[in-house]
Design a protein around this ligand. Structure first.
Ligand code: NAP
Length: 400
């Protein structure tokens, strides 16, 4: 294993190579830097390795991370040889996890309401009605492991019909802690005689599928809500690998749902969109053109600087930028953090008290939820910032 000193030396050498000529941050130079980081200087955390499990020192806190190496395909096939995986729901996760399970050779069937959008999507993906595509109840009756990948609102709505079918010996699987954790609101009170486990991929179902096809695996959280057989955790790890995970991070249902609802409303989606809009609007109000405002707000972020953060961290991104950019960014970080922290605290409270759950259940249980949500997406699509973005993207070489 490379020593920390060596890694530091290697890293600072690469920083010098990249930072010195890059006196101005431009999309092109920063992009080259991003590629160099991936090729030359991965940061390797301290780790102790056993087969199939790594103990990683995450900034001073040691955590076990499970890896797929311990679950080759033959072992998965043997482990699940007597199981029928009934995957209920075929949205983003159903699609990604279902296709990966099928490609892994496992006995998986899909259960969705007949003739809905998902039913048709499943047929498009090669699932065959009556063979491996069924109505929800029929799929559950055939399954030994019931993978509930309905929308969170639908999990609550369908629970009175689903619960009596979860008989002793079956396993119940979720990809979000939402339904059992907020059981007072969702009414999802699981039967006491079955294993209840969670595998929550940390990304969209589309990414679950793409990474699997590229031979990589997505990071997933795993957790156990109820262990009746003594095998619940092992089953969760095996299923995580089977649906296409590379590394599995152990958590609890509660921590998974709190962090997930918080994160997607914050930096992952809502917060970042709010920040983009605020910056763009100020630039436009102060006389900048749409292309300039978009390039300086979104394009450079997503195409140049965020990949640098993803590749090797925030300091790495700062180091790849000009001294002028760096100075201002470091100074203004404090103001943004102090201004935003109370908002993040308010958000966490809103998640933990169930306010966000109520909102989600109410909105997404509306029979017209797809129509209403499509109207909202249309509104976003039509914002000037995103129309400008479409024009900027049209100039990319791959679109010409
Ligand atoms: N998407 C992600 O990035 C992501 C990431 C990690 C975890 N998760 C979790 O994974 C689970 C599934 O999420 P998802 O995003 O894949 O799916 P989703 O879009 O939230 O849900 C879609 C599925 O729910 C079905 N559905 C909706 N209302 C229904 C009802 N009243 N009765 C029966 N079926 C109904 C839809 O069927 P129809 O087409 O027939 O309406 C569709 O198959 C959730 O627990 C979610 O929190 C999602």
């Amino acid at each position: 294993m490379a020593s920390r000193t060596f890694i530091r030396a290697l890293r600072s050498n690469v920083v010098r190579q990249i930072a010195t000529p890059v006196q101005r941050r431009t999309i092109a130079t920063a992009f080259i830097a991003a590629r160099a980081t991936v090729a030359v200087a991965p940061r390797i955390p301290a780790l102790i390795q056993k087969r199939g499990i790594k103990t990683i020192d995450f900034a001073g806190v040691k955590e076990d991370v499970y890896e797929r190496a311990d679950w080759p395909r033959e072992k998965l096939l043997e482990y699940f040889k007597n199981d029928t995986l009934a995957l209920i729901g075929y949205g983003s996760q159903g699609h990604g996890q279902g296709l990966n399970l099928r490609d892994n050779g496992l006995n998986v069937i899909i259960g969705v309401r007949k003739n809905g959008a998902s039913w048709n999507d499943a047929i498009q993906d090669g699932w065959v009605p009556g063979t491996n595509l069924f109505g929800i109840d029929e799929a559950i009756s055939k399954g030994t492991i019931i993978m509930n990948l309905l929308s969170d609102a639908a999990q609550s709505e369908t629970w009175p019909a689903i619960k009596p079918q979860l008989t002793k010996g079956k396993t119940l699987y979720f990809s979000h802690g939402f339904s059992p954790v907020f059981k007072d609101l969702t009414k999802v009170e699981v039967p006491s005689d079955i294993d209840v486990i969670l595998v929550a991929p940390k990304g969209s179902g589309r990414t679950v599928r793409t990474l699997f096809k590229n031979g990589r695996g997505i990071n997933s959280s795993i957790a156990v809500w109820q262990d009746v057989t003594g095998k619940a955790k092992e089953k969760a790890i095996a299923l995580a690998v089977a649906v296409g995970s590379g590394y599995m991070y152990e958590t609890t249902f509660e921590k998974e749902v709190y962090s997930d609802l918080y994160g997607e409303r914050g930096c992952l989606m809502g917060g970042i969109h709010g920040m983009f809009l605020a910056q763009y609007e100020v630039l436009r109000e102060r006389g900048h053109s749409p292309s300039e405002a978009f390039n300086e707000t979104v394009e450079e972020a997503t195409q140049s600087l965020y990949p640098l953060i993803g590749g090797n961290g925030m300091d790495w991104m700062f180091a790849a930028c000009s001294t002028t950019a760096r100075r201002g960014a470091i100074d203004w970080t404090v103001k943004f953090k102090d201004t935003l922290k109370p908002v993040f605290n308010e958000l966490y409270d809103s998640v933990k008290t169930g306010k966000e759950t109520i909102r989600s259940l109410e909105y997404n249980s509306d029979p017209d939820y797809r129509k209403k949500y499509e109207a909202e997406l249309e509104e976003i699509r039509n914002l000037e910032i995103w129309r400008a973005g479409k024009a900027v993207r049209s100039l990319r070489p791959e679109n010409n």
